[in-house]
Each structure stands twice: as C-alpha cells, then as structure tokens.
Design a protein around this ligand. Structure first.
Ligand code: C5J
Length: 222
C-alpha cells in the first residue's frame, strides 16, 4: 500500500487500482463563446488551471496509470436533454443552439471538444455524459469496474457541479476518491472553497483532497 499526503488524513492506495478522472475540461466551459461564458461566467478562472491539470495527467500517464476523460454533452437530436435542463436560467445561448463554436454542448461539435492541451491519447477512455454526474446514463461505472479501479483521483470543472456530483456518486459506490485541489476550478471562488471543505469534512465523508504535487509525489514513491 502507498500513501498520498492528503486531508483530512493520508490517502492510502494501490498503484494497480488507481485511476485519474478528468471531468469536462471542454472548450465550452473554458473559452469565450461557450456554455460557461453564455451564463455570464469568467472563463479565465478555468483556463488558469490547464497547466496543472496537464501536469497531473502526464504524471499518471508516465506512471502507467489509467486516465479517464469525461465530456458533458448531448445527442444532436437532444433526446437525452431534459427540457428542464435546456430551459433553466437565462443563458445568452442554450444547449443545442448554434454559437461561435458550433452547437453548444452537443456531441461532435468544436466547442464540445476537450481542450487541445489536455486531449485524450488514443486508447484512453472518454465518457460523454448528459448529466452532471458521470455515472448517470453512461458506461463510466462499467469502465472503471473493468479497469479494476478502487481509488479515483479527480480533476476538472466545475468543482461544485460535475466534479463534486461525480465524486459523491463514486463515494456512494464504494470508491475512495481524492480531489486534486489545484487541478479543479469553479467560476465562483467561494463555491470551490466550500466544496473542498464539504468533501473532506467529517472524516472524509465524501473523500480526500491534496495538491497535484502531493498526488504525484505519492505515486512516485509507491
Ligand atoms: C456545469 C460542469 N457546471 N461540468 N458543468 O454545468 O460542471
């Protein structure tokens, strides 16, 4: 067994059963003209973490550990988009509408793609998910079971929405989850801080948190 120096206490893992899950590092959340910006958010907060997410991904790849990528997106015919999701709020463009990067959050459109710097390598698992959580209506659960993963490290956006939802879903299914604090971001600084505090409160009730360097040091020493 190996350890990562984490909060609220050491995260114990076996390298053979550890995987990285990178949530929704898509152009639609990180670039002007995308879904995140259409809701009035400052997408610069998301682009700022790209080098750290890249470092984490490269560390997992170098150690021969699996990297799984998720993308929030919908079918072109919108059959997997509940009207409640499409109609909620007051965005300048809605999911499925044509924006500057193609149809917003639709599978195969340019804006839906993962950022070039963080692009999946051939053979890495990529999960297209219609919900905020990665388990809902996807093969994510089957894929991590097939890999034999038991400990999951999470990165990506946004901390309090898709990242936290997926961590909670994974925690309920018996996975031990760690959030790389500096490889995740929210459009709202206070939501990120609160989500991290919630996750590791009450004796790691949802999971652990650590910096990217702490995660990579733990892996290097394993
Ligand atoms: C949101 C996500 N925030 N990936 N999606 O709508 O967190």
């Amino acid at each position: 067994m190996a350890e990562i120096d984490a909060l609220p206490f050491a995260f114990v893992f076996k390298p053979q059963t550890m995987a990285l899950v990178v949530i929704d590092m898509q152009r639609d959340f990180a670039e002007p003209g995308g879904f995140g910006a259409s809701l009035g958010n400052d997408v610069g907060r998301i682009t700022a973490i790209v080098p750290t997410v890249k470092k984490l991904i490269e560390g997992f790849r170098a150690a021969g550990l699996p990297v799984i990528h998720t993308m929030e997106c919908h079918k072109p015919d919108l059959s997997d988009l509940p009207p409640t999701k499409r109609n909620r709020g007051n965005p300048s463009i809605r999911i499925g509408d044509v924006g500057p990067m193609g149809r917003v959050l639709i599978s195969g459109e340019p804006g839906t793609a993962i950022l070039d710097e963080l692009a999946p390598l051939p053979g890495e698992i990529v999960i297209e998910k219609p919900g905020k959580g990665a388990f809902y209506a996807t093969s994510f659960g089957d894929n991590i079971r097939r890999l034999g993963a038991q400990q999951l490290v999470f990165a990506g956006v946004t901390t309090e929405v898709c990242v936290q939802t997926t961590m909670r879903e994974a925690n309920d299914r018996g996975y031990e989850c760690l959030l790389a604090e500096d490889a995740t971001e929210s459009y709202f600084a206070e939501f990120k801080t609160a989500a991290i505090a919630m996750i590791r409160a009450q004796g790691a009730i949802v999971g652990w948190t650590a910096t990217t360097d702490q995660v990579l040091e733990g892996i290097a020493n394993a």
